[in-house]
Write a protein that binds this ligand. Structure first.
Ligand SMILES: C[S@@+](CC[C@H](N)C(=O)[O-])C[C@H]1O[C@@H](n2cnc3c(N)ncnc32)[C@H](O)[C@@H]1O
Length: 120
C-alpha cells in the first residue's frame, strides 16, 4: 500500500522523475475540462491578475493567458515547472505568464498581488 501511495505521489501529488513527467502528460489530458470549469466559475475579467497554485503541466495557465493581463503560478515540482514553461513558452518569454517553483505555504509573490487565485 505504501508503494502505491509513493508512486501516486511521485506521479500526480508532487511529480518527480520520469514517472512525474508521465504524470504531467496524463494530467494535461485528463484535467483540462476541470481547469476550464474552474476558470468559468471564477468569472475572470480581462484586466485581472490571476494566480494558480499547483499549476501542474500548465494547461489551465495556457487557457487563461490569452484573456487576462497577467497570469502567475507556483508549483514545487521542477518537472511540472519545466512542462508548464514549455507549454506556455511564448507567454513566458513576453512576461505575460510567470511560473515559479515554490509552495502554497510560502508564496514567492508579494501580498495582494492577485485579483483571483485558483488551486485544484
Ligand atoms: C494533482 S496535480 C494537479 C495539477 C493541475 N492543477 C491540474 O489540474 O492539472 C497537483 C499539483 O500540485 C502541486 N503541489 C503539491 N504540493 C504543493 C504545494 N504545497 N504548493 C503548491 N503546489 C503543490 C504538485 O506539484 C502538482 O503539480
Amino acid at each position: 500500500m505504501r508503494l502505491v501511495e509513493n508512486i501516486l505521489l511521485r506521479t500526480f501529488g508532487r511529480p518527480r522523475g520520469i514517472i512525474g513527467r508521465l504524470g504531467g502528460i496524463i494530467m494535461a489530458r485528463m484535467n483540462d475540462a476541470c481547469g476550464a470549469w474552474t476558470i468559468e466559475l471564477l468569472e475572470i475579467k480581462s484586466n485581472e491578475s490571476v494566480l494558480e497554485v499547483g499549476f501542474g503541466p500548465g494547461v489551465a495557465i495556457q487557457r487563461l493567458a490569452p484573456f487576462v493581463g497577467h497570469v502567475a503560478g507556483v508549483d514545487p515540482s521542477s518537472v511540472m515547472v519545466a512542462q508548464a514553461r514549455a507549454r506556455n513558452a511564448d507567454k513566458v518569454e513576453t512576461g505575460d505568464v510567470e511560473l515559479r517553483r515554490g509552495s502554497a505555504g510560502s508564496l514567492p509573490f508579494s501580498d495582494n498581488s492577485f485579483d483571483k487565485v485558483m488551486a485544484r
